[in-house]
Design a protein around this ligand. Structure first.
Ligand SMILES: [Zn+2]
Ligand SMILES: [Zn+2]
Length: 382
């Protein structure tokens, strides 16, 4: 039930290879092929490819009835230029694994090796290598793929490494662990004019200057309560960079964030009606669209109990501190049809933060994360 030293050396080398060849969301073609090759050597009963994009799933059957237990990692990297200076730094300019998805993938590689040697006693294990986590569409696209019906997990588990938390310690709780969020792009249209005669045009300037402070005021509650809502202005622009034209077009981008999906629906409605009111008062037409939609990630109590039992048996410290997180995570989608839970594995208090350009996944987490998953799977399936 444990990894050999040789496994750990090889998994570490594989993690570093993935790190050198990052691909951003929805472009993970080579990473997916790399996973198929690595995981194929462990002789799973079935490998599904191109699930909801470049997703890969490996299935290890027991041949006996029982639940399906799924473990999820992510395939995608980020459009960030790496400055870590490590020997295995990214070879793709402007792209890098600054969220540690290379490490999460290596942990599933570790599970593949162990289930390749010894199948579960009942039910089956699915290793899900999911694409496009960073943009929020990957998990939803995988679940929407008709072939996901062949997987249909009863339990779904995932983890994310977390800098700022002592190395190897775990943060876990029942209920919300990651917020719902979405990007709202607001487009305002008026009419351009000569800058000497702005009164003949319709400028979005006043509407934008009104929206920027008033949208964040739609936020509510403190982060500790269920009614929490938050609006952050991330971008605004109007007109062209010239002096001769009064603008006739503008955009405001905002990120909406809540603890509950129901509260998100209210917050969107409130933001839309505010935009319409301000636009019509300024004789502008307005439209909006939404991007990077994440539902809230909510941990089920029975799935959390399975993880906590495994953590206790492995002697790993765990607590609720710092949860839920304001940041979003698309794993929540898997919880709509399965008992799901995600935990956070400390990457070290002084470790560079996720998405920082000098971040690198700590290799020593590979055996720790994979043994928690392994113990969980064996406890459920034998
Ligand atoms: Zn990330
Ligand atoms: Zn991530």
């Amino acid at each position: 039930m444990t990894l050999t030293n040789r496994d750990i050396v090889e998994l570490t080398a594989w993690r570093r290879k993935l790190h050198q060849h990052p691909e951003i969301s929805n472009e993970e073609q080579k990473t997916a092929s790399e996973v198929v090759e690595f995981i194929g050597e462990t002789k799973p009963d079935r490998i599904l490819t191109k699930l909801g994009g470049y997703g890969v799933a490996a299935v290890y059957e027991s041949g006996r009835p029982g639940p399906t237990v799924m473990f999820r990692s992510e395939l995608d990297a980020l459009p960030i230029h790496e400055i870590s200076g490590v020997l295995h730094a990214s070879l793709a300019p402007g792209k890098s694994h600054m969220c540690g998805h290379d490490g999460h993938t290596a942990m599933l590689g570790a599970l593949g090796r162990q289930f390749g040697r010894q199948r579960p006693a009942r039910g089956r294990v699915v290793l899900m290598f999911q694409p496009a986590e960073e943009t929020g569409n990957g998990a939803a696209d995988v679940v929407a793929d008709p072939r996901f019906g062949e997987i249909a997990p009863d339990f779904a588990f995932s983890l994310h490494n977390l800098p700022g938390v002592p190395f190897g310690e775990v943060r876990i709780r029942t209920g919300v662990v990651n917020c719902a969020s979405r990007g709202m792009r607001i487009v305002l249209e008026g009419k351009t004019a000569h800058s000497s005669m702005p009164e003949t045009g319709v400028s979005p300037m006043l509407a934008i200057s009104e929206l920027m402070p008033s949208l964040p005021k739609l936020g509510s509650g403190t982060f500790a309560d269920d009614e929490f809502g938050m609006v952050t202005i991330t971008h605004a622009a109007m007109g062209e960079a010239v002096f001769g034209i009064a603008p006739g077009y503008g955009e405001v981008w905002a990120t909406l964030r809540t603890r509950r999906d129901e509260r998100m629906a209210n917050l969107c409605a409130a933001a839309e009606s505010l935009v319409m009111k301000i636009a019509s008062r300024n004789r502008l037409s307005a439209r909006f669209d939404y991007h990077e939609i994440f539902v809230a990630s909510v941990n089920a109590s029975d799935a959390v109990e399975h993880l906590q039992r495994a953590l206790d048996e492995e002697g790993i410290l765990h607590a609720e501190d710092g949860l839920p997180m304001r940041a979003s995570e698309d794993f929540g989608v898997f919880g709509h049809n399965a008992s799901s839970a995600m935990f956070f594995l400390g990457a070290g208090e002084q470790h560079p933060a996720l998405h920082n350009p000098d971040y690198d996944f700590p290799d020593d987490l590979i055996p720790i994360g994979s043994k928690v998953f392994m113990r969980t799977a064996r406890n459920i399936l034998g």
